[in-house]
Design a protein around this ligand. Structure first.
Ligand code: SF4
Ligand code: SF4
Length: 386
């Protein structure tokens, strides 16, 4: 007897959406002093029934035309959920994936708990790995100690070495705050010496533990830091060898008019987050009653959450603020992240964005913003006229 073709009864979202999944909530083996998601938040492992229900509905809710569905696992430290949790998740993804749709997985880790078994799993299933590391031993230990206050540097470097041994590409995520902004060149050189090829600098989020612990990031410092990184990258001739995502994204957005990340997109709101309890919010950086979408309870429908989130004021208006309309870098900035807005509703990093984007865009401005322009610019970079 022929097997009946399963009918998808789950309503589909009208736009592709991402869901950040927190399988262990805020559970973490480190105690970063600026943590935006502190331990006093929920620490709980997602249960198996919720995981299965979530995977089934997350896949079924994507628009019909989606050809790739990405799962993003984050913490706390998501490895604390255990390797069995991810093996089960992978099996469930295969169970529910429709034909012709690729499933991918991204995972952000502090790398300190990695071992060969994790690396084999990530390699086999082509996980896209992000590693959080803030700098050399001194910087890392000053800001990212473990829960007993001890150094996390050696453990993180052991994890990075394992990833490299298993030939797993990873993106290094570096948090930037006022305490490190005069060390840009040394930090960049350090990461390159470690063999890192993909780098992303993340401006400090002024939430969670950060304000009370005295952390901050002035706009001028952010701009100065990123310009120093850009100049170092250029002077070292690292174009095409080391990929600083903050720079690569400017290039991509300049020529394609599409931002590869939510922060500099014209609108946001399609990046939902789910806690282990099933609580869903409109963004990982807007965990409050105003941006609470509901509790995923095995029958809730993500399409409704996405429709609500994409109509929320924060994402709809992010690029519409008055000061941005006549700004010469608006095409690649788009107002930045709404979670960086101060009480005056200005983006706290505005002046820094302006400095950095102006510098990176300067050599691009003579090229048209289309595919031909991108090719002409690439050729000029690869074989510059002397
Ligand atoms: S609020 Fe910020 S982090 Fe959240 S989706 Fe929008 S730009 Fe992205
Ligand atoms: S640099 Fe400032 S004014 Fe210009 S688009 Fe960005 S946030 Fe708006």
């Amino acid at each position: 007897m022929k097997r009946p073709i399963p009918v998808n009864t789950v309503p589909r979202a009208s736009v592709p959406f991402h869901m950040l999944i927190k399988p262990i909530g805020a559970g973490c083996n480190l105690a970063c002093r600026y943590c935006y998601y502190p331990q006093r938040s929920q620490v709980q492992k997602m249960d198996e029934a919720l995981l299965e229900s979530f995977i089934r509905q997350y896949i079924a809710s994507q628009p019909r035309y989606s050809r790739e569905i990405n799962f993003v696992w984050q913490g706390g430290e998501p490895l604390l959920a255990g390797i069995g949790f991810y093996k089960q998740a992978l099996a469930l993804q295969q169970k529910y994936a429709p034909p012709g749709v690729a499933i991918s997985n991204s995972l952000q880790t502090n790398a300190t708990l990695l071992n060969d078994a994790w690396c084999r799993l990530f390699k086999q299933h082509r996980f896209i790995i992000g590693v959080s590391l803030d700098g050399d031993r001194q910087i890392q230990d000053a800001h990212r100690p473990d829960k007993r206050g001890n150094s996390s540097y050696d453990a993180a470097l052991r994890g990075i070495a394992l990833l490299q041994q298993h030939q797993i590409e990873f993106n290094l995520l570096v948090v930037v705050h006022d305490g490190v902004t005069d060390r840009a060149q040394a930090m960049y050189d350090h990461f390159v010496a470690l063999g890192v090829r993909y780098l992303q600098f993340q401006p400090l989020m002024l939430e969670g533990d950060a304000p009370a612990a005295g952390y901050g990031l002035r706009a001028a410092n952010w701009g100065r830091f990123m310009v120093a990184i850009y100049r170092r990258w250029r002077s070292q001739g690292h174009i095409g060898q080391v990929f600083v995502m903050n720079i690569e994204h400017v290039y991509a957005q300049y020529f394609t008019h599409v931002s590869p990340n939510c922060v500099h997109a014209e609108r946001c709101g399609g990046n939902l987050v789910m806690e282990p309890s099933g609580s869903v919010y409109a963004c990982d950086h807007l965990i409050d009653a105003k941006h609470y979408l509901g509790r995923f309870d095995h029958v809730s429908q993500f399409a409704e959450y996405v429709a609500t989130a994409t109509e929320m004021e924060f994402g709809k208006t992010k690029s519409l603020r008055r000061e941005c309309q006549s700004c010469s870098v608006k095409s690649v900035c788009q107002g930045g992240c709404p979670a960086h807005l101060g009480q005056d509703r200005y983006n706290r990093l505005c002046a820094g964005y302006y400095t950095f984007f102006s510098e990176v865009m300067a050599p691009l401005r003579s090229f048209p913003r289309n595919a031909q322009g991108a090719v002409a610019w690439r050729n000029s970079v690869i074989a510059p006229t002397s």
